[in-house]
Design a protein around this ligand. Structure first.
Ligand code: CTP
Length: 406
């Protein structure tokens, strides 16, 4: 549809970036990024009209997002950017070269593997455009920048390179490795805003294997460049590996909502730090006030709970429930990774699988029918009955009613 529209408007349209890369890698990717050689915003409005969607435009950057409902009834987004014809200044007295706009657009990107395009318009429908040897790099499993100033232009690309390297099991090329080291030597990370670093870290933590990326970050000394307290030690490294295992286990067994991985990894990364140091890490990452407070509260709750968990009598499930149910899932999973006790691990697993979802077969209405005067006492009676159920003292509805009535 986008290609046909391009033909009618006489502009070249390309699908670019991650979608094309993942197509060649045989990986699923539903995020479409289009580049139009012409007026991208006008194109987006016309395409949105055909798709029955709406447009959010960014005039300054000549980009737009089309938001529409796909055939499966889900909301989808389509990014549309404008490729501008630009004149590329050559040094000294060489003439200025005119690069075709799509080539220029691709040249500005981070890595060769992301600088691929497929033409959708005109007679070239489906033509793969590879100016920078991306197909070869995909075959050789290499992450390579397109030019030597790439990390200077955008130091977040250091974190992106590591993320892609881990995700695809590629290797950062030798020249690109040198450029990363050079960028770190120039302390370019310190120039980045906390918000941007935090965003990139979150993307890393949401991947399947953040641990490998954390090890690479340590090798490049990126962690300490973000904040000295984040530097890995053998103990922290072990804990982070355990966190990855626990999260993998959780995602395999349970459905969404998944926990926010960054909270758990950041608890791990700051596990050996003093309170003031942790506060300073959170300030560097520019967390919002509520993220900051919730994180600090969770950190101290986890610290005080983890020892108590080891002291619970076997099968004292109501006690376990009382201890864990007020704690956010992230904290519960962190404790599971942190503890060395197999009994505590088993208890947490039992809490997640059964206890946290236990409900009663009776409600406040039943209490009213039993003649209880309505009021706050209802909550207390129901709570006690739930604890009795957790401890396997009452099972059937009748047993629960009898217990509540005692
Ligand atoms: N890009 C870039 N420099 C950055 C961020 C992004 O050059 N610092 C470019 C890349 O070429 C990328 C495109 O913008 O392909 C879109 O960015 P993003 O959606 O983050 O990249 P994807 O490659 O689609 O990553 P993912 O698979 O993680 O969604």
């Amino acid at each position: 549809m986008a290609g046909e529209l391009g033909n009618r408007l006489n502009v070249a349209v390309y699908v670019v970036g991650g979608f094309v890369r993942d197509l060649l890698l045989g990986r699923k990717n539903l995020d479409l990024d289009l580049v139009v050689e012409g007026d991208g915003i006008a194109f987006a409005y016309k395409l949105a009209h055909q798709l029955g969607g709406r447009v959010r435009q960014h005039k300054k950057f000549k980009t737009a997002i089309i938001i529409y409902i796909n055939a499966a009834g889900e909301e989808e987004r389509l990014d549309v950017a404008t490729a501008r014809l630009e004149y590329y200044e050559q040094p000294a007295s060489l003439p200025t070269v005119e690069l075709s706009s799509i080539k220029m657009d691709l040249y500005r990107r981070d890595f060769t593997i992301n600088a691929l395009a497929i033409q959708l318009s005109h007679d070239n429908f489906g033509k793969l455009i590879d100016f920078f040897g991306a197909q070869k790099d995909i075959r050789d499993k290499l992450i390579r920048v397109l030019h030597s100033l790439s990390f200077v232009e955008d130091p977040t690309r250091i974190l992106r390179a590591i993320r892609f390297e881990t995700r695809f099991e590629f290797t950062i090329g030798p020249q690109t490795t040198k450029l990363i080291k050079n960028a770190l030597h120039l302390k370019l990370i310190t120039k980045l805003s906390g918000t941007r670093i935090f965003h990139e870290l979150q993307l890393i933590f949401n991947e399947v294997s953040p641990y490998q990326s954390l090890l690479r970050m340590q090798e490049f000394a990126v962690l300490e460049a973000i904040h000295p307290s984040l530097k890995l030690t053998p103990a922290k490294s072990h804990l982070l590996k355990e966190i990855e295992k626990v999260l993998e286990w959780y995602r395999m067994l349970y459905t969404k909502p998944y926990p926010e991985a960054w909270i758990i990894y950041l608890l791990g990364l700051t596990s050996a730090s003093k309170q003031e140091e942790v506060e300073s890490v959170l300030e560097r990452l520019h967390l919002t006030a509520s993220q900051h407070n919730e994180f600090m509260t969770l950190r101290s709750t986890v610290k005080s709970t983890i020892n108590l968990l080891g002291k619970i009598r076997p099968e004292a499930f109501s006690q376990l429930y009382k201890m864990l149910s007020p704690i956010p899932l992230e904290g519960v999973l962190y404790m599971m990774a942190r503890t060395k006790s197999e009994t505590v691990k088993k208890n947490i697993s039992h809490y997640l699988a059964y206890l946290r979802n236990t409900t009663l077969d009776i409600s406040g209405e039943d209490l009213q029918l039993l003649g209880f005067p309505p009021g706050p006492a209802y909550g207390e009676v129901l709570r006690k009955t739930l604890f009795a159920k957790l401890d396997d003292k009452v099972n059937t509805r009748q047993e629960q009613l009898d217990f509540a009535y005692r």
